[in-house]
Design a protein around this ligand. Structure first.
Ligand code: AMP
Ligand code: MG
Length: 359
């Protein structure tokens, strides 16, 4: 092992930013993965915590480090579409069409699994989640290691997902072998999850690839629990087991104020006033257009209301900054925006202890 890498509580920080460093960092990361260890790495969505998907012991290490419930399956990351056939079988032509169109990219496909995939990866389900990430370091790591990598987000279960190597270390230093530092993740929210275990296919988690984009390439309708057109009673048997857990949550309770215009502004103001009157130190997260709405002791601007991509990229970092500032409650101004805006709102609703003013 190259000793020039810094150790943070026993976790190697593999910096890949400077000239000549990248190759060595990738080699070190690949060797750890081949030996059954865990390496967190950047993707275009969030940092993933990777291990050899075909080695049940290595995958067990992911669940241990994250303290993730064993019934929540993992996404397997691949270097190329051609690899999907080694993990999945009876892949429908429509799934291949989507993969050809959106991979590498933030779309996870759930497909019938092959016997080669250990049960621990899929939490015993007959399906496996696969995707080819679009981050150059992730792709290089997958190619150098020569392995499919099971990689959920590299955070402690239930915490906001990590979008920088520092976030990963906050949660996992000392419990994983290494983190490959490739700077901040460009998208900032997790991949879209689409399941082909349902007909029509079911959107289980919104992300960078939107419902409209999927339907356009498919030339057919998709069902989604969020749209209320999902045929199965998914509250009894959640199609994505992860859906039943509270997610993405900072330490301080988060209140989400939905709606638009003056009505939303009034609700936001009333909530901030009443929490402050109770002696709570509030952290307020607003769009640039509402910066002056309340003199909160900690105020963070997410982005302009018209810029959901920046809101997505900054979301998890801002929630972590609120916890670092020691606030007692976080109040977030919601928005309805196209594209990534839907994914941002989905994460905020799951993180919230209370949603106010939903129509
Ligand atoms: P994470 O990797 O932490 O972003 O979470 C992965 C998401 O994909 C979770 O919501 C899982 O429940 C879901 N998932 C992974 N594999 C499957 C599968 N075989 N069937 C349904 N959902 C899955
Ligand atoms: Mg996660």
């Amino acid at each position: 092992m190259d000793l020039k890498w810094p150790l943070v509580k026993g976790t190697l920080l593999l910096r890949a930013g400077e000239d000549g460093e990248e190759k060595k960092a990738l080699q070190a990361a690949a060797e750890i993965l081949q030996a059954g260890g865990r390496v967190a790495f950047p993707t275009e969505t969030v940092y993933g915590l990777g291990a050899n998907a075909l080695d049940p012991e290595a995958v067990r290490g992911i669940f241990r480090a994250k303290r993730r419930p064993a019934d929540n399956p993992l996404i397997v990351h691949l270097a190329a579409l051609e690899q999907a056939g080694e993990l999945a079988q009876n892949i429908p032509p429509a799934a291949v069409r989507l993969a050809k169109h959106f991979w590498p990219g933030p779309l996870t496909l759930i497909l019938p699994k092959r016997g080669a995939v250990p049960g621990i990866v899929t939490a015993g389900l007959p399906s496996v989640a696969v995707r080819v990430p679009a981050h150059s370091l992730a792709l290089k790591l997958l190619r150098t290691a020569g392995l499919p990598l099971a990689a959920p987000s590299a955070n402690l279960s239930g915490h906001p997902s990590p979008t920088t190597a520092e976030h990963v270390l906050e949660d996992l230093a000392g419990s994983i072998e290494a983190v490959l530092d490739g700077g901040p993740c460009p998208i900032g929210v997790e991949s879209t999850v689409l399941s082909f275990m349902f007909s029509p296919p079911a959107l289980l988690r919104p992300g960078g690839v939107t419902l409209e984009m999927l339907e356009e390439v498919l030339g057919a309708k998709i069902q989604s629990p969020d749209l209320g057109n999902f045929k199965t009673d998914y509250t009894a048997t959640p199609p994505a087991p992860g859906m039943k857990y509270r997610h993405y949550a900072p330490r301080a309770p988060l209140f989400l104020v939905e709606g638009a215009g003056p009505a939303q502004g009034r609700r936001l103001l009333a909530l901030c006033t009443s929490l402050t009157a109770r002696g709570l130190k509030i952290g307020l997260v607003v769009f640039a257009e509402s910066q002056g709405i309340f003199p909160a002791p900690v105020l963070k601007v997410l982005s302009s209301r018209r810029d959901p991509a920046t809101a997505a990229a900054r979301l998890y970092g801002v929630l972590r900054e609120m916890d670092a500032a020691g606030v007692d409650a976080i109040v977030v101004e919601g928005f309805e925006a196209a594209g990534l805006g839907g994914a941002v709102m989905n994460r905020l609703r799951k993180a919230a202890v209370q949603v106010i003013g939903a129509e």
